[in-house]
Design a protein around this ligand. Structure first.
Ligand code: FMN
Length: 326
């Protein structure tokens, strides 16, 4: 049986799965592939680069997609929101700062405002500005996240919504990469999931193949949260958010020695950038979460989505049989 939730009904999509708006990684082709397969694809606007965004919005063609931004970075280029809203996106996904100043513009454009939150306090701020969907993001996630874990954060936010804003939708993010994760998220009280790392390892993702290959053999034990990867890229994140990446020679050398890294940027920044471009996973960091231990092959996004959904359907159907009274 297909999984129908308030999310699939409200968005008019077949499956309760959203592509995480991974900055620079989730381009138009990946977003369109996820939407065309029955989920909702979100372009990763990331730190906000106008010409990249224009090209990726074009690459999405006629697919119904949304777009995400790193909110504190959007604050420096707020006009980029209008560029995206002109394309009539289904949703705008904001994360990592107070979304209040953008809520009205998103609503006036007829797009769903999705706010990714890392704590109960963030959730309250998102509700105060009228978000239509919250994404409870645990620190297992690939990329930046806060301190909470997905397993207890999702039901806590589900309870908050039930009490305060029962019409607001809820998705879970962080550590979900297969049907078990999707089924678990629904049981925890979410209406759907936001998936990043699993789609990072898709054919359509804008990731150098060398970085993807390195992730295929890694365990979830091999990730860490660090500031070193931001410092070397000149990204100045608020203290409470750190980035989860795969450990490698770069993080072994610089994690915990960020002050020394700061002094060595003249040489370290260009060499990190070159390694990134070359897909050299020893010196550039694959940005993935703990779910990396569940990734074993790079596949088309549609195949990934279909398998996750079929597996969750099977699990939920057999769980329902188990709990039926005799
Ligand atoms: C490569 C990568 C880049 C990301 N970039 C962003 C971003 O620009 N904005 C954002 O809100 N979240 C970003 N995220 C976090 C995702 O929105 C999401 O919370 C996360 O991927 C979910 O956990 P998972 O990776 O275990 O699926 C990124 C995640 C990854 C893996």
């Amino acid at each position: 049986l297909p999984i129908a939730t308030r999310l699939t009904e409200r968005l008019g999509i077949a499956h309760p799965v959203l592509l995480a708006p991974m900055g620079g990684v989730a381009g138009g082709r990946l977003a369109a592939a996820v939407s065309n397969a029955g989920g909702l694809g979100l372009i990763g606007g990331g730190y906000g680069d106008r010409s990249w965004l224009e090209a990726e919005l074009r690459a999405a063609g006629n697919a119904r997609i949304g777009c995400g931004f790193i909110t504190w970075s959007l604050n420096e280029r707020p006009e980029l929101l209008d560029l995206v809203l002109d394309h009539k996106p289904a949703a705008i996904f904001l994360s990592f700062d107070d979304p209040a100043r953008y809520a009205r513009r998103v609503a006036d454009a007829g797009a769903l405002l999705i706010c990714q939150v890392q704590s109960r306090r963030d959730a309250q701020a998102a509700l105060d500005c009228g978000a239509g969907m919250l994404v409870a993001q645990g620190g297992e996630a690939g990329g930046h996240s806060g301190q909470r874990a997905t397993m207890p954060l999702v039901p806590e936010i589900a309870d908050l919504l039930a009490a305060r804003a029962p019409d607001t939708l809820l998705c879970a993010a962080g550590g979900i990469a297969d049907g078990r994760g999707l089924a678990a998220a629904l049981v925890l009280g979410a209406d759907g999931v936001v998936i990043g790392s699993r789609f990072w390892a898709s054919e359509e993702a804008l990731v150098p193949p060398g970085l993807q290959s390195a992730a295929m053999t890694a365990s979830g034990d091999a990730t860490l949260k660090t500031r070193s990867t931001d410092i070397v890229r000149h990204r100045y994140w608020p203290e409470r958010f750190q980035i989860r990446v795969l450990r490698n020679a770069f993080t072994d050398r610089w994690h915990g020695r960020e002050d020394a890294l700061q002094q060595a940027l003249d040489t370290e920044a260009p060499s990190f950038q070159a390694a990134m471009a070359a897909g050299d996973a020893t010196h550039a960091s694959p940005i993935v979460g703990e779910a990396v231990g569940l990734l074993r092959s790079v596949e088309p996004a549609a195949a990934i989505l279909e398998r996750i959904v079929a597996e969750a359907e099977g699990l939920l159907t057999s769980a329902a049989r188990h709990v039926q009274p005799a």
